[in-house]
Design a protein around this ligand. Structure first.
Ligand SMILES: [Zn+2]
Length: 228
């Protein structure tokens, strides 16, 4: 098999040490490989994962495109799995908060780009508190095994919910704050498990089974959410 035989697959050489295969929601796939890795080894890696790749691309193709959020009064937004209406309220001082009425953005400027920025800052602050709490809650298992606590970065990502770097930095997708809490918890535990298991092999699955027996259902629910 040649890499060119796989539809929409791009080879990216980088200064990484391991090879990785990624699929994006638009169906494109990338194999990221170290500079000097032989092409036939990269091809072997992709060949072993061809079924997985085809399955992922099919999954993404089935998923409807998420709605583009609007940043005007009355628009629907999502917070921890609940639909909340956006309330844009003219005010002299800028402030964002959750009330029984919805997600209130008080602002002197009601332009959508301004409202979007205020709301995103608020989402980031909430995400920071929640994600750190979840790491605190699940990290002790790994701490006992001598792993350092990961440093958290929150990013808006298109193709993944989270990642853990070899230097111990954990990235979590800001969009997760829109998903139900048990699904956010699944992603946090998944990334923590990468402290011990770098890939998604049998060791990784056994660890997930131990820490979160229903992780497969949670993963399925997360990938089935239509508003993310
Ligand atoms: Zn992973």
């Amino acid at each position: 098999m040649m890499l060119d035989d796989v539809a929409n697959l791009e080879l990216v050489r980088s200064r990484r040490r391991t090879v990785e295969l990624r699929v994006f929601p638009d169906g494109r796939a990338q194999v990221r490989a170290p500079q000097r890795m032989a092409l036939r080894d990269i091809e072997a890696f992709v060949r072993e994962r061809r079924d997985w790749l085809a399955q992922k691309q099919a999954e993404f193709a089935q998923r409807p495109a998420p709605p583009v959020p609007r940043f005007e009064d009355g628009a629907e937004h999502w917070l921890l799995g609940r639909s909340v209406p956006l309330r844009v309220i003219p005010a002299r001082r800028r402030r964002v908060g959750l009330s029984t009425d919805g997600l209130q953005v008080m602002t002197d400027c009601q332009r959508p780009d301004t409202v979007e920025r205020l709301l995103e800052n608020w989402y980031r602050a909430q995400a920071r508190v929640l994600f750190e709490q979840l790491i605190d809650q699940h990290f002790p298992f790994f701490q006992q095994r001598g792993y350092p606590r990961p440093l958290l970065t929150i990013r808006k990502m298109r193709s993944r919910w989270g990642s853990l770097s070899s230097r111990g930095g954990m990235s979590l997708n800001l969009l997760l704050l829109k998903a139900p809490l048990p699904l956010v918890e699944y992603v946090v535990i998944h990334e923590l498990c990468h402290l011990q298991e770098q890939n998604h092999g049998a060791g990784f699955k056994a660890l997930m089974d131990e820490l979160l027996p229903d992780w497969k259902q949670r993963r399925q629910q997360l990938n089935g959410l239509t508003y993310l």
